[in-house]
Ligand binder design. Sequence first.
Ligand code: PEP
Ligand code: MN
Length: 338
Amino acid sequence: MIVTLRKNTPQKEVEKLYKYLEEKNVQVNIIRGENFNVFGLVGDTTHLAERDILANEWVENVRRVAAPYKLANRMFHPEDTVVDVAGVKVGGNEKIVVIGGPCSVEGEEQITRIAEEVKECGADMLRGGAYKPRTSPYSFQGLGYEGILDLKAAREKTGLPVVSELMSADKIDEFEENVDLVQIGARNMQNFDLLKACGHMTKPVLLKRGMSSTIEDWIMSAEYIMASGNPNVILCERGIRTFETYTRNTMDLAVIPLIKEKTHLPIIIDPSHATGDYRLVEAVSLAAVAAGADGLIIEVHDHPSEAWSDGAQSLKPDRFEELIRKARRVAEAVGRTL
Ligand code: PEP
Ligand code: MN
C-alpha cells in the first residue's frame, strides 16, 4: 500500500503517522522527497482500509497495491480449488458441470419429472428454488420447506445432487441437512450475516454475483464465507445491471478469465438470468464454455408457458439436450470435457 502525505507535512506529523502504521503490524518504508513523503507499506495489508488512513488530515492519497482478499487470492494459493458437491467435482481440469432444472420447485411430481428429464439430457445436478427472492411481494414466493422435501425426493429418484437458494440464516439447519449445494442469490451477495452463517456450514456454497457488484465486491463476499471457515465456494456469474433493456441483465463474459487470474475458485455461468430469454441461452452457454467456465446452471421447464417463475428464460428439455450436445464439442475444442 502506498500512502502519500501532503506537501510540507510537519515532521512531527510524519513521525506520528509512521508510528500509527507500524503499530498495524506492517513494515513501513519511508521515501523522503523534497516536498512529499511517501510511505510504502509491505506485509499483510488486508486488515487495513484505505479510507481509514485517508481520514488523517495529512494524508494526500492512499493506493492499494495488493488485493484486499487473502483466502480467495490466487497469489497465495496457486492451484485451482476443486469443490466436491456430493461426489460431483467442480473446477480445476474436471469435467465441466451442467446444472439443470426449473426456477421454482412446483411440487414433487413436477420436480421429479424434470429431474429425470435433465438427467436424461446429461445434467450432473438438479436446481430448483424453494425460497424465492421475488421483486414483487405478490409473486409466487416458493413452496418453502415442502419444496426442499420435494427436491430431496427428486434426488432419491435420480441420484442428482440438488442446488437450492438459501435466503435467511434461520434455515441453515434445513439446508445443511437436505441440500447438496447452497445457493446465495444475487440479491443476498452482500448479506454479510448470511455469508458468515454459510461459512459455518459443511456444505459447499454457490455464490452468485450481485447484480450491481464489482468483481472485487464479489470476491470479498467469497472471502467472507472462507474467512468464517468454509473453503468450498463456487462463484456464479448471472449477468449485471446495465443501461441495456433488450436483455434482462448483461452477461459479463470477461469475468471468467479474470476470476481465474485473481482467484483459485471455480466459476460457473447462469445464462438464464444473464439473458432472461430462452432464445439467447444456448449462444451464451457456448461462449461461456469457450471462455473457460467450469460449469453452467440453466433453467429448464417442460412447460415454460405454465412455469410459476421465469418461464421466459427456461429451456424445454429438447433444447437443453441440444445445448449440451453442442457445448460438449466446444469443451473439447478448449481441452475440457463436458
Ligand atoms: C435463481 O437462481 O432463480 C435466482 C433468483 O437467481 P439470481 O439470484 O441470480 O437472480
Ligand atoms: Mn429464476
